[in-house]
Each structure stands twice: as structure tokens, then as C-alpha cells.
Design a protein around this ligand. Structure first.
Ligand code: UD1
Length: 357
């Protein structure tokens, strides 16, 4: 059985690593790893392959950046000949990035079966490019691996046959469980005991200069009470630079995007995390660290109902209030989320291998 995995952007790597390892234990499975090149900076890609101990990609399509249409089209036209030549039995795609959706479209037209890892998540916000990617990928997939029961319900509501859906748990947590013991020495030096860890990269937060400026000022307000540690996504760095000189308030210093182990260590020890990322809502919930999400909706509602996540929306006063609440020691109660246990990839591998026999 020949499986091609397609990865492209930073969060894919943490999701694919455990699945590659788990499938590697089946001698009848041959695996090929394709990197689309959506993320190409060493600190957005290569360092993750090293730290996650992933095999180097067999192929890099080197698509690079572009508009959504350009990037999607490049991935499609460069992946098609690879699939025609290599004739896989199954393509595995991960999460909700452009590389995921583009690959699923190419595959389904070539009648190659598609498995989607992290299927069924819905924000119900079609202004998010990721939501479009999720909807299309799930419609085209033959095997849908969901991280939580809300995913199963969303898929059933959209008419996906029950027998295609497999509730397996969260593969990103597999990687966290494996590497947490190794992260301890990786925290950047010189940080105080208490700090807020911030990440921002969603178009809805960083593409509107007025809102981005307001957000940065609000974060500077937080930094009056608590040191703010802010590793900056390249997209956000460009947007902050475009605001012009002096736009970055005093009290905020920017770090480079952090490697996996450093970011994990930063999350584990953070007093509070302020973010618009999807994966970080999950990781903080697992770690029991308070998370304030700067978005009006989430495709991961289980992190709110059972985890540590609090939705802040665009209410910056609420952000301040929630930070103060955390500083007073009033933490939201969280409970462990079923199947977020470090073994999701093994469950996926078992199902995939059984399909091929
Ligand atoms: C992508 C995903 C998003 C995911 C995020 C994690 C889509 C639609 N979005 O968003 O779901 O949460 O990755 O990081 O697929 N850039 C660099 N170096 C890089 C990569 C990007 O400088 O290695 C810059 C480019 O100028 C690019 C911009 O960042 O235009 C945005 O990159 P892109 O991959 O298009 O989307 P992300 O915003 O990273």
C-alpha cells in the first residue's frame, strides 16, 4: 500500500509527524512525504522537521507565497504530475491550510482516495480562508479522522456518510505528549517567572492597520502588569512594519517565530496565552494554561466547554479583565478531553492499514 502525505505549512508538521511514525510500523505500507513549500523560511519549516524527527520530504514543490488563488493553483498544478507518476493508493492531508484543500481537489479528480486528518472542525465563519479549506476538503475525503465529537456531528449535518467518519482524537496532542519531556531546557533565557505569551497571524487581526494598531496598544497595556512575550509570524511582522515607524508601542518586544520545543516550553510556563491560532487553543487546554482567544468564533468549541479557552472576540477591555482575573489566580476549571491522549495517530494508522488489506 502506497500512501502520500502532503504537508505545507507550520501546523501540518506537528500533525503529520506522529502519523508517519505510526504508519512506519506497518511493513506493508510505503510512505512518501511531499512538502508543498507553502512555508519555506527555515524557522517556519526546516527546524520543525529536525525537532519533530521527521524524515526529510521526498519532494518539495516549492510553491512559496502568493494570493490564495495563485498559491492554490500552483500546488494543484505541481502536485498533479507527482500523483500521476507515483500512483498512490491514498493521500493523507492535514488540517485546514491551502496545501490541504488544493491537494484534496487534485486527488479527487484523479480518483485517488483522500484521508483528512483533523476533519469536521467548523467555525461557521466563511470569511476565514481556513473554513473554506475545511468544507471542501471534507466533502472530497473518503476517510475523515475527527479530533472530537463535534466534528462528527458537523460532518453528519453536511451529509457525509457515517461510515467514512472515524473519531480518533487529536494528533497535535500526540506530538505534544511525546516532546513535552524534552522541551524543558528550550525556553529562551532571561524571562521573568510570570509572563503572557502572545501570537497573532489571522488576516482578521493583522490585515486591518487600524485594528492591528489597537491590538498592539492593548497588548502594551497588558505589558504594564505582565511581561509580554511575542514571537511574530512573518505575515504579522510585515503588517507591523507597514504601520510605519513608532507603531510598535514601548513595552512590546518582538521575537522570531520559535522552534517547536521552545514554543512548547514557553506555553507550558506561561501565566496566560493570548492568541488567534487554532492549535494553541488545543495545546493550552491540554496543558491547563489559561488561553484568551482573539477571535469571534472557534472551530474548536471543545476547548471552551472543556478546556481553558476563553473567547475574547474584539473586546479588548475583556482581554484586560481576563488577564487580571488570571493574575488574581482565578483560573477557569478544565477537564481532560477524551482521546487527546497521545495515541490518535496509532488509531489512524490502524484504520488506514486495515483499508489496504
Ligand atoms: C497559514 C494557514 C493558516 C495557519 C498558518 C500557520 C492558509 C490559508 N493559512 O497562514 O491556517 O494557521 O499558516 O502559520 O493556508 N511567509 C514567510 N515565510 C514563510 C511562510 C510565509 O515570509 O515561510 C509570509 C509570506 O509573505 C506570506 C505570508 O507569510 O505571504 C502568509 O503565508 P501563508 O502561508 O500564505 O499563510 P499564513 O498566514 O502563514
Amino acid at each position: 500500500m502506497h500512501i502520500i502525505h502532503v504537508v505545507g505549512a507550520r501546523p501540518n508538521f506537528m500533525k503529520a509527524a506522529p502519523v508517519l511514525a505510526a504508519l512506519g510500523r506497518f511493513p506493508q505500507v510505503k510512505q512518501t512525504l511531499v512538502h508543498t513549500g507553502q512555508h519555506y523560511d527555515a524557522n517556519m519549516s526546516e527546524i520543525f522537521f529536525q525537532q519533530l524527527e521527521m524524515p526529510a520530504p521526498d519532494l518539495n514543490l516549492e510553491v512559496g507565497s502568493g494570493s490564495h488563488a495563485q498559491q492554490t493553483a500552483e500546488i494543484m498544478s505541481r502536485l498533479e504530475p507527482v500523483l500521476l507518476e507515483r500512483q498512490p493508493d491514498l493521500l493523507l492531508v492535514y488540517g485546514d491550510v491551502n496545501s490541504t484543500m488544493a491537494s484534496a481537489v487534485v486527488c479527487s479528480k484523479l480518483l485517488v482516495r483522500v484521508g483528512h486528518v483533523e476533519a469536521g472542525l467548523r467555525s461557521r465563519d466563511r470569511t476565514m480562508p481556513e473554513e473554506i479549506n475545511r468544507l471542501i476538503t471534507d466533502q472530497l475525503s473518503d476517510l475523515l479522522f475527527t479530533p472530537s465529537p463535534d466534528g462528527d456531528e458537523n460532518l453528519a449535518r453536511e451529509g457525509i456518510a457515517r461510515e467514512k467518519i472515524h473519531l480518533v482524537g487529536n494528533v497535535m496532542i500526540d506530538t505534544l505528549v511525546r516532546l513535552l519531556p524534552r522541551s524543558a531546557g528550550h525556553k529562551p533565557p532571561g524571562l521573568p517567572e510570570r509572563y503572557a505569551l502572545v501570537t497573532l497571524h489571522r488576516p482578521s487581526n493583522v490585515d486591518d492597520p487600524e485594528w492591528l494598531g489597537a491590538l498592539l496598544r492593548a497588548l502594551a497595556g497588558v505589558s504594564d502588569e505582565l511581561k509580554v512575550v511575542f514571537p511574530v509570524h512573518p505575515r504579522t511582522r510585515q503588517r507591523i512594519a507597514a504601520l510605519g515607524p513608532g507603531a510598535l508601542p514601548e513595552g512590546l518586544s518582538l521575537l522570531e517565530p520559535q522552534p517547536y520545543l521552545s514554543f512548547l516550553a514557553l506555553q507550558e510556563d506561561a501565566t496566560v496565552v493570548i492568541t488567534d491560532s487554532g492549535g494553541i487553543q488545543e495545546e493550552t487546554s491540554f496543558l491547563g494554561v489559561p488561553c484568551l482567544t482573539l477571535r469571534e468564533n472557534t472551530e474548536r468549541p471543545i476547548t471552551v466547554t472543556q478546556g481553558t479557552n476563553v473567547m475574547i472576540g474584539r473586546d479588548l477591555a475583556l482581554m484586560q479583565k481576563e488577564v487580571r482575573r488570571v493574575l488574581r489566580g482565578e483560573k477557569k476549571k478544565a477537564s481532560p478531553i477524551p482521546l487527546w491522549d497521545g495515541h490518535a495517530a496509532e488509531r489512524i494508522a490502524g484504520i488506514v492499514a486495515a483499508c489496504g488489506s
